[in-house]
Design a protein around this ligand. Structure first.
Ligand SMILES: NC(=O)c1ccc[n+]([C@@H]2O[C@H](COP(=O)([O-])OP(=O)(O)OC[C@H]3O[C@@H](n4cnc5c(N)ncnc54)[C@H](OP(=O)(O)O)[C@@H]3O)[C@@H](O)[C@H]2O)c1
Length: 162
């Protein structure tokens, strides 16, 4: 099974200067809970945005066109076909965690969406790729708790392909 796990603002912004535009610990917690149920796939730039990769207790798979790209304790794949084969042979969900290029590449293949919608507008340079929501059914929705550490109103949504 393939899933997408991401957070976007009211305009679909997901990134700024190689990092996240917001600080929202509740979303990091949600991200961890979801992704710990399987393994993770990300683009090379998203890998570089993670402070101490790999993400622990999950196999980390990275997509890069660079055949010489190697990182310790990370599986590097070079094509969509390699990823689909890897996911098929795995008995765990492969959670696709971005960025934009990688979401675009798997938009027709993804089975489930784990989306955090942040109800604000941020400045950014990376935007979520288009998703055909008509092909998905919203199966769960929950308001995030706003407090002194989580100052941005947000909603967690889970969609399943129809
Ligand atoms: N809000 C969120 O949920 C979220 C999630 C993820 C990322 N982000 C943010 O988004 C930004 C990074 O995302 P991004 O969209 O710029 O980059 P990205 O998708 O993480 O990485 C792009 C790289 O992936 C590789 N790639 C892309 N398509 C490929 C293909 N078809 N085959 C093989 N390799 C391929 C290439 O690596 P090479 O150049 O090595 O060939 C490409 O440069 C950061 O700001 C990050 O913080 C936000």
């Amino acid at each position: 099974m393939l899933t997408f796990v991401w957070a976007e603002d009211e305009n679909g912004v997901i990134g700024k200067d190689g990092s996240l535009p917001w600080n929202l610990p509740n979303d990091m917690k949600f991200f961890k809970e979801v992704t710990l149920t399987g393994n993770v796939l990300m683009g090379r730039k998203t890998l570089e945005s993670i402070p101490n990769p790999p993400l622990k207790n999950r196999i980390n798979v990275v997509l890069s066109r660079n055949e010489n790209f190697e990182v310790e304790n990370i599986i590097v794949l070079h094509s969509k076909e390699d990823v689909l084969k890897y996911a098929e042979e795995s008995d765990k969900p492969l959670h696709i965690i971005g960025g934009s290029d990688i979401f675009q590449l798997f938009s027709q293949d993804v089975d489930r969406l784990y989306k955090t919608l942040i109800h604000e507008e941020f400045e950014g340079d990376t935007v979520m790729s288009p998703i055909d929501y008509d092909a998905f059914e919203l199966i769960e929705e929950r308001e995030g708790v706003v407090d002194e550490k989580n100052i941005h109103a947000h909603t967690f949504q889970i969609y399943k392909r129809k």
